[in-house]
Design a protein around this ligand. Structure first.
Ligand code: ATP
Ligand code: MG
Length: 246
């Protein structure tokens, strides 16, 4: 069992305080839904956990299995088991998807794997994703459709076997079939060693990938935590009832 603890986290972007004291604990086997109105700090929290240099942590701590990760760079955090599926996946012109996957897989393993073996693994994992293998030859995310980018994030995630997945609006832009495919892929992961934070605006996604916990962020603070009933209430009533709790 692994545990990530976010303690009194304060985060600044370009001198503006965005997160104002976030406390959150996620353990293996748990799926935490993170909701909240636009622009209130959900992506900021995930970026700060991943270690994006633009997101300055001014106070608080992030610990994995009781050890602070604040001094770790993004790649070291990735090797420590954190994976971020980004809301807006980055394009990397000049680097093919296959080269990229080979590089990241080998960077995460002490023993370098041959391209042939990585390719076998990619084929297996791409099959369940309905992911067209011709996209491996293209530059990472270059010209990919919105849905293709999101599936590419899930393929990367499946290749790395992370301990903690931070999933930022993976459902945005997915058609109904792709939504089914992506949620099936998430549901079939081995949760015995995996904890997840999922940001989404929609209960239709949380109906497919059922959260064990749910939280609402408003103005950089978690205002309400509980179970999946929170997702239902937001779906039917919006955020006004949460704002009244501030
Ligand atoms: N580079 C930046 N410079 C200035 N402000 C920024 C920067 N990045 C984010 N912000 C601001 O931080 C706030 C929180 O943004 P964040 O992306 O975390 O919101 P969010 O809750 O994920 O919203 P959404 O649901 O729309 O994705 C917003 O007001 C945003 O404009
Ligand atoms: Mg966001």
């Amino acid at each position: 069992m692994h545990i990530i603890e976010i303690k009194n986290l304060h985060v600044k972007i370009e001198d503006k305080e965005i997160l104002k004291g976030i406390d959150l604990i996620v353990k293996s086997g748990e799926i935490h839904a993170l909701m909240g109105p636009n622009g209130n700090g959900k992506s900021t929290l995930l970026m700060a956990i991943m270690g994006h240099p633009k997101y300055e942590i001014t106070k608080g701590d992030i610990l994995i299995d009781n050890k602070s990760i604040l001094d770790l760079s993004v790649d070291q955090r990735s090797k420590a088991g954190i994976f971020l599926a980004m809301q807006n996946p980055q394009t990397i012109p000049g680097v093919s998807n296959l080269e990229y996957l080979k590089y990241v897989v080998n960077a995460h393993n002490d023993e370098k794997q041959k391209l042939k073996d990585i390719m076998t693994d990619i084929r297996l994992k791409a099959k369940d994703l309905d992911f067209d293998l011709s996209m491996l030859k293209r530059f990472v995310n270059d010209g990919f459709s919105g849905g293709e980018k999101k599936k590419n994030e899930i393929l990367q995630m499946k290749m790395l076997n992370p301990l903690f997945c931070l999933i930022d609006e993976i459902d945005s832009g997915l058609d109904v079939d792709a939504l089914e495919v992506v949620s099936n892929n998430l549901n079939t992961l081995d949760f015995s060693k995996l904890g997840m934070i999922i940001v989404s605006h929609y209960d239709r996604f949380f109906k497919k990938v059922k959260p064990t916990h749910a939280h609402v962020i408003i103005d950089g603070k978690i205002i309400k935590s509980g179970g999946s009933e929170i997702v239902d209430k937001i779906n039917s009533q919006g955020y006004n009832w949460v704002k009244e709790l501030i």
